[in-house]
Design a protein around this ligand. Structure first.
Ligand code: 7PM
Length: 286
Protein backbone atom coordinates (compact mmCIF):
# COMPACT_ATOMS: atom_id res chain seq x y z
CA UNK A 1 0.00 0.00 0.00
CA UNK A 2 3.00 2.32 -0.29
CA UNK A 3 1.83 3.56 -3.65
CA UNK A 4 -1.93 3.34 -4.21
CA UNK A 5 -3.25 4.45 -7.59
CA UNK A 6 -7.04 4.53 -7.95
CA UNK A 7 -8.78 4.25 -11.30
CA UNK A 8 -11.51 6.90 -11.44
CA UNK A 9 -13.35 6.05 -14.66
CA UNK A 10 -10.08 6.11 -16.59
CA UNK A 11 -8.48 9.04 -14.77
CA UNK A 12 -5.73 7.84 -12.44
CA UNK A 13 -5.55 9.17 -8.90
CA UNK A 14 -2.00 8.61 -7.68
CA UNK A 15 -1.97 8.84 -3.89
CA UNK A 16 1.76 8.54 -3.36
CA UNK A 17 1.51 12.28 -2.80
CA UNK A 18 -1.69 13.27 -0.92
CA UNK A 19 -4.41 15.00 -2.90
CA UNK A 20 -7.06 17.65 -2.27
CA UNK A 21 -10.80 17.09 -2.70
CA UNK A 22 -12.62 20.43 -3.02
CA UNK A 23 -16.18 20.62 -1.68
CA UNK A 24 -18.89 21.80 -4.07
CA UNK A 25 -22.32 21.96 -2.48
CA UNK A 26 -25.37 22.09 -4.71
CA UNK A 27 -27.84 22.61 -1.88
CA UNK A 28 -29.99 25.69 -2.60
CA UNK A 29 -28.64 27.72 0.34
CA UNK A 30 -25.18 27.52 -1.19
CA UNK A 31 -26.36 28.81 -4.55
CA UNK A 32 -27.26 32.07 -6.13
CA UNK A 33 -31.02 31.96 -5.74
CA UNK A 34 -30.75 31.79 -1.96
CA UNK A 35 -32.86 28.67 -1.68
CA UNK A 36 -36.10 29.75 -3.31
CA UNK A 37 -36.02 26.80 -5.64
CA UNK A 38 -33.88 23.74 -6.15
CA UNK A 39 -34.46 23.88 -9.89
CA UNK A 40 -31.15 24.92 -11.30
CA UNK A 41 -31.00 27.29 -14.19
CA UNK A 42 -28.00 27.91 -16.39
CA UNK A 43 -26.73 30.55 -14.01
CA UNK A 44 -26.48 27.98 -11.23
CA UNK A 45 -24.65 25.56 -13.51
CA UNK A 46 -22.32 28.35 -14.62
CA UNK A 47 -21.61 29.21 -11.00
CA UNK A 48 -20.97 25.57 -10.08
CA UNK A 49 -18.60 25.23 -13.03
CA UNK A 50 -16.82 28.43 -12.10
CA UNK A 51 -16.34 27.29 -8.51
CA UNK A 52 -15.10 23.88 -9.64
CA UNK A 53 -12.68 25.48 -12.11
CA UNK A 54 -11.30 27.78 -9.43
CA UNK A 55 -10.80 24.86 -7.04
CA UNK A 56 -8.96 22.93 -9.74
CA UNK A 57 -6.71 25.94 -10.44
CA UNK A 58 -6.09 26.24 -6.70
CA UNK A 59 -4.89 22.64 -6.52
CA UNK A 60 -7.86 20.30 -6.15
CA UNK A 61 -7.51 16.93 -7.91
CA UNK A 62 -11.07 15.93 -7.05
CA UNK A 63 -14.31 17.98 -6.96
CA UNK A 64 -16.86 16.53 -4.52
CA UNK A 65 -20.39 17.29 -5.67
CA UNK A 66 -23.11 16.83 -3.05
CA UNK A 67 -26.82 17.55 -2.99
CA UNK A 68 -28.04 16.19 0.30
CA UNK A 69 -27.30 18.26 3.35
CA UNK A 70 -25.78 15.90 5.91
CA UNK A 71 -25.38 18.73 8.41
CA UNK A 72 -26.39 17.71 11.95
CA UNK A 73 -30.14 18.27 12.33
CA UNK A 74 -30.67 18.75 8.59
CA UNK A 75 -33.98 17.99 6.93
CA UNK A 76 -34.14 15.07 4.52
CA UNK A 77 -33.88 15.78 0.81
CA UNK A 78 -35.97 13.71 -1.59
CA UNK A 79 -34.13 11.36 -3.92
CA UNK A 80 -35.51 13.19 -6.96
CA UNK A 81 -34.45 16.56 -5.59
CA UNK A 82 -30.93 15.25 -4.91
CA UNK A 83 -30.76 13.81 -8.43
CA UNK A 84 -31.98 17.08 -10.00
CA UNK A 85 -29.35 19.06 -8.16
CA UNK A 86 -26.33 16.82 -8.59
CA UNK A 87 -26.51 15.20 -12.03
CA UNK A 88 -26.56 18.39 -14.15
CA UNK A 89 -23.63 19.79 -12.16
CA UNK A 90 -21.57 16.62 -12.62
CA UNK A 91 -22.40 16.59 -16.32
CA UNK A 92 -21.42 20.22 -16.82
CA UNK A 93 -18.12 19.92 -14.95
CA UNK A 94 -17.23 16.66 -16.72
CA UNK A 95 -17.82 18.33 -20.10
CA UNK A 96 -15.70 21.37 -19.35
CA UNK A 97 -12.93 20.32 -16.97
CA UNK A 98 -10.36 17.53 -16.89
CA UNK A 99 -10.80 16.76 -13.20
CA UNK A 100 -11.98 13.81 -11.14
CA UNK A 101 -15.56 14.34 -9.98
CA UNK A 102 -16.73 12.61 -6.87
CA UNK A 103 -20.40 12.23 -6.08
CA UNK A 104 -21.35 12.64 -2.42
CA UNK A 105 -24.37 10.35 -2.27
CA UNK A 106 -25.82 7.20 -0.70
CA UNK A 107 -28.30 6.49 -3.48
CA UNK A 108 -27.58 3.73 -6.00
CA UNK A 109 -29.78 5.40 -8.62
CA UNK A 110 -27.89 8.66 -8.30
CA UNK A 111 -24.52 6.90 -8.44
CA UNK A 112 -25.58 5.33 -11.74
CA UNK A 113 -26.82 8.60 -13.28
CA UNK A 114 -23.78 10.53 -12.07
CA UNK A 115 -21.37 7.91 -13.39
CA UNK A 116 -23.14 7.98 -16.76
CA UNK A 117 -22.37 11.72 -17.10
CA UNK A 118 -18.77 11.54 -15.88
CA UNK A 119 -18.44 10.98 -12.11
CA UNK A 120 -15.23 9.13 -11.25
CA UNK A 121 -15.54 8.41 -7.53
CA UNK A 122 -18.30 7.62 -5.04
CA UNK A 123 -18.19 9.33 -1.64
CA UNK A 124 -20.80 7.81 0.64
CA UNK A 125 -21.30 8.97 4.23
CA UNK A 126 -23.39 5.79 4.69
CA UNK A 127 -20.57 3.51 3.50
CA UNK A 128 -22.71 1.86 0.76
CA UNK A 129 -25.20 0.49 3.31
CA UNK A 130 -28.30 1.54 1.41
CA UNK A 131 -30.18 -0.93 -0.75
CA UNK A 132 -28.23 -1.79 -3.88
CA UNK A 133 -25.45 0.76 -3.30
CA UNK A 134 -22.55 -1.68 -2.87
CA UNK A 135 -23.66 -3.69 -5.91
CA UNK A 136 -23.97 -0.50 -7.95
CA UNK A 137 -20.48 0.68 -6.93
CA UNK A 138 -19.14 -2.73 -7.98
CA UNK A 139 -20.91 -2.54 -11.33
CA UNK A 140 -19.66 0.98 -12.01
CA UNK A 141 -16.09 -0.01 -11.04
CA UNK A 142 -15.49 3.37 -9.40
CA UNK A 143 -13.40 3.93 -6.28
CA UNK A 144 -15.51 4.37 -3.15
CA UNK A 145 -14.95 6.30 0.05
CA UNK A 146 -16.51 4.43 2.97
CA UNK A 147 -17.24 6.78 5.89
CA UNK A 148 -18.22 5.96 9.45
CA UNK A 149 -21.34 7.57 10.89
CA UNK A 150 -23.15 6.72 14.13
CA UNK A 151 -26.91 7.25 13.75
CA UNK A 152 -28.53 9.39 11.06
CA UNK A 153 -27.81 13.01 10.12
CA UNK A 154 -31.02 14.38 11.69
CA UNK A 155 -30.19 13.01 15.14
CA UNK A 156 -26.58 11.80 15.15
CA UNK A 157 -25.30 14.57 17.43
CA UNK A 158 -27.99 14.00 20.09
CA UNK A 159 -26.02 11.60 22.26
CA UNK A 160 -23.10 9.91 20.51
CA UNK A 161 -21.81 7.02 22.61
CA UNK A 162 -18.96 4.55 22.30
CA UNK A 163 -17.13 2.23 24.68
CA UNK A 164 -14.01 2.66 22.54
CA UNK A 165 -14.46 5.02 19.62
CA UNK A 166 -11.32 3.95 17.73
CA UNK A 167 -11.98 0.23 17.85
CA UNK A 168 -15.68 0.67 17.07
CA UNK A 169 -15.05 2.89 14.03
CA UNK A 170 -12.35 0.50 12.81
CA UNK A 171 -14.64 -2.51 13.29
CA UNK A 172 -17.44 -0.78 11.38
CA UNK A 173 -15.15 0.12 8.47
CA UNK A 174 -13.66 -3.35 8.43
CA UNK A 175 -17.14 -4.91 8.23
CA UNK A 176 -18.10 -2.49 5.44
CA UNK A 177 -14.94 -3.37 3.48
CA UNK A 178 -15.87 -7.05 3.74
CA UNK A 179 -19.48 -6.41 2.69
CA UNK A 180 -18.42 -4.27 -0.27
CA UNK A 181 -15.81 -6.77 -1.44
CA UNK A 182 -18.45 -9.51 -1.13
CA UNK A 183 -20.72 -7.37 -3.35
CA UNK A 184 -17.97 -7.19 -5.96
CA UNK A 185 -16.15 -3.94 -5.14
CA UNK A 186 -12.42 -4.09 -5.89
CA UNK A 187 -10.57 -3.95 -2.56
CA UNK A 188 -7.86 -1.80 -4.17
CA UNK A 189 -10.49 0.89 -4.93
CA UNK A 190 -11.63 1.43 -1.31
CA UNK A 191 -10.84 4.61 0.64
CA UNK A 192 -11.59 4.84 4.39
CA UNK A 193 -12.84 7.81 6.38
CA UNK A 194 -13.43 7.98 10.17
CA UNK A 195 -16.23 10.50 9.62
CA UNK A 196 -15.30 13.44 11.81
CA UNK A 197 -18.43 15.06 13.26
CA UNK A 198 -20.78 12.27 12.23
CA UNK A 199 -22.23 11.01 15.51
CA UNK A 200 -19.20 12.02 17.58
CA UNK A 201 -18.58 14.31 20.53
CA UNK A 202 -15.59 16.65 20.63
CA UNK A 203 -13.70 14.03 22.67
CA UNK A 204 -14.48 11.31 20.11
CA UNK A 205 -13.28 13.52 17.26
CA UNK A 206 -10.06 14.39 19.09
CA UNK A 207 -9.37 10.75 19.87
CA UNK A 208 -9.90 9.74 16.23
CA UNK A 209 -7.63 12.51 14.96
CA UNK A 210 -4.95 11.59 17.47
CA UNK A 211 -5.10 7.96 16.29
CA UNK A 212 -5.66 8.54 12.61
CA UNK A 213 -2.63 6.48 11.58
CA UNK A 214 -4.56 3.41 12.77
CA UNK A 215 -6.86 3.74 9.76
CA UNK A 216 -4.00 3.80 7.28
CA UNK A 217 -2.71 0.69 9.02
CA UNK A 218 -5.89 -1.07 7.80
CA UNK A 219 -4.26 -1.03 4.36
CA UNK A 220 -6.37 1.57 2.53
CA UNK A 221 -5.90 5.22 1.63
CA UNK A 222 -7.53 7.48 4.23
CA UNK A 223 -9.65 10.57 3.59
CA UNK A 224 -9.77 13.31 6.24
CA UNK A 225 -12.87 15.53 6.36
CA UNK A 226 -12.02 18.13 8.98
CA UNK A 227 -12.59 21.38 7.09
CA UNK A 228 -14.57 23.96 9.12
CA UNK A 229 -15.98 21.21 11.34
CA UNK A 230 -17.56 21.89 14.72
CA UNK A 231 -14.64 20.38 16.63
CA UNK A 232 -12.94 23.70 15.86
CA UNK A 233 -15.81 25.39 17.67
CA UNK A 234 -15.25 23.06 20.60
CA UNK A 235 -11.47 23.43 20.69
CA UNK A 236 -11.06 27.06 19.67
CA UNK A 237 -14.47 28.68 20.11
CA UNK A 238 -14.52 29.70 16.44
CA UNK A 239 -17.70 30.18 14.44
CA UNK A 240 -17.84 28.58 11.00
CA UNK A 241 -16.48 31.63 9.17
CA UNK A 242 -13.45 31.77 11.48
CA UNK A 243 -12.16 28.25 11.15
CA UNK A 244 -9.56 28.49 8.38
CA UNK A 245 -6.46 28.47 10.58
CA UNK A 246 -7.86 25.65 12.70
CA UNK A 247 -8.81 23.65 9.61
CA UNK A 248 -5.27 23.95 8.26
CA UNK A 249 -3.78 22.91 11.59
CA UNK A 250 -5.84 19.74 11.89
CA UNK A 251 -5.29 18.98 8.19
CA UNK A 252 -1.53 19.02 8.82
CA UNK A 253 -1.98 16.65 11.78
CA UNK A 254 -3.95 14.32 9.50
CA UNK A 255 -1.26 14.47 6.79
CA UNK A 256 1.42 13.63 9.34
CA UNK A 257 -0.54 10.50 10.18
CA UNK A 258 -0.76 9.41 6.59
CA UNK A 259 -4.01 10.90 5.29
CA UNK A 260 -4.09 10.54 1.49
CA UNK A 261 -6.98 12.88 0.66
CA UNK A 262 -8.01 16.14 2.34
CA UNK A 263 -11.68 17.05 1.80
CA UNK A 264 -11.72 20.84 2.14
CA UNK A 265 -13.57 24.06 1.43
CA UNK A 266 -10.43 26.22 1.25
CA UNK A 267 -8.43 24.62 -1.53
CA UNK A 268 -5.64 27.18 -2.08
CA UNK A 269 -4.70 27.42 1.59
CA UNK A 270 -4.91 23.64 2.01
CA UNK A 271 -2.62 23.16 -0.94
CA UNK A 272 0.01 25.29 0.78
CA UNK A 273 0.05 23.12 3.89
CA UNK A 274 0.05 19.99 1.73
CA UNK A 275 3.14 21.32 -0.07
CA UNK A 276 4.82 22.07 3.26
CA UNK A 277 4.07 18.60 4.51
CA UNK A 278 5.31 17.04 1.29
CA UNK A 279 8.53 19.02 1.00
CA UNK A 280 9.49 19.02 4.67
CA UNK A 281 7.98 15.98 6.28
CA UNK A 282 7.32 13.36 3.61
CA UNK A 283 9.17 14.07 0.40
CA UNK A 284 12.51 13.05 1.83
CA UNK A 285 11.17 9.57 2.57
CA UNK A 286 10.12 8.83 -1.01
C1 7PM B 1 -22.87 21.04 7.27
C2 7PM B 1 -22.13 20.37 8.22
C3 7PM B 1 -22.80 20.71 5.95
C4 7PM B 1 -21.32 19.35 7.85
C5 7PM B 1 -21.96 19.70 5.57
C6 7PM B 1 -21.25 19.00 6.52
C7 7PM B 1 -17.73 14.53 5.08
C8 7PM B 1 -18.30 14.08 3.90
C9 7PM B 1 -19.47 15.74 4.70
C10 7PM B 1 -16.56 13.88 5.59
C11 7PM B 1 -16.69 12.44 3.67
C12 7PM B 1 -19.04 18.81 5.76
C13 7PM B 1 -20.25 17.99 6.17
N1 7PM B 1 -18.46 15.58 5.55
N2 7PM B 1 -17.80 13.06 3.19
N3 7PM B 1 -19.39 14.84 3.68
N4 7PM B 1 -16.09 12.83 4.84
N5 7PM B 1 -16.16 11.41 3.01
O1 7PM B 1 -18.41 19.36 6.69
O2 7PM B 1 -16.01 14.18 6.65
O3 7PM B 1 -18.78 19.00 4.58
S1 7PM B 1 -20.73 16.90 4.86
Amino acid sequence: MSHPVLNCAGKLLDLQKPKIMGILNTTPDSFSDGGNSYQQGNLDLDLALQRAGQMQKDGASIIDVGGESTRPGAAKVSAQEEMDRVVPVVERIAKELDVIISVDSSSAALMKEAAAVGAGLINDVRALKREGAAEMAAELKLPVCLMHMQGQPDSMQDKPQYDNVLSEVKAFLSARIDACVAAGVDRAQIILDPGFGFGKTLEHNVELLRQMSAFKAMGHPVLAGLSRKSMLQGLLGRSVGQRLAGSLGVAMLALQQGAAILRVHDVAASRDILELYWQIDAGHMQ
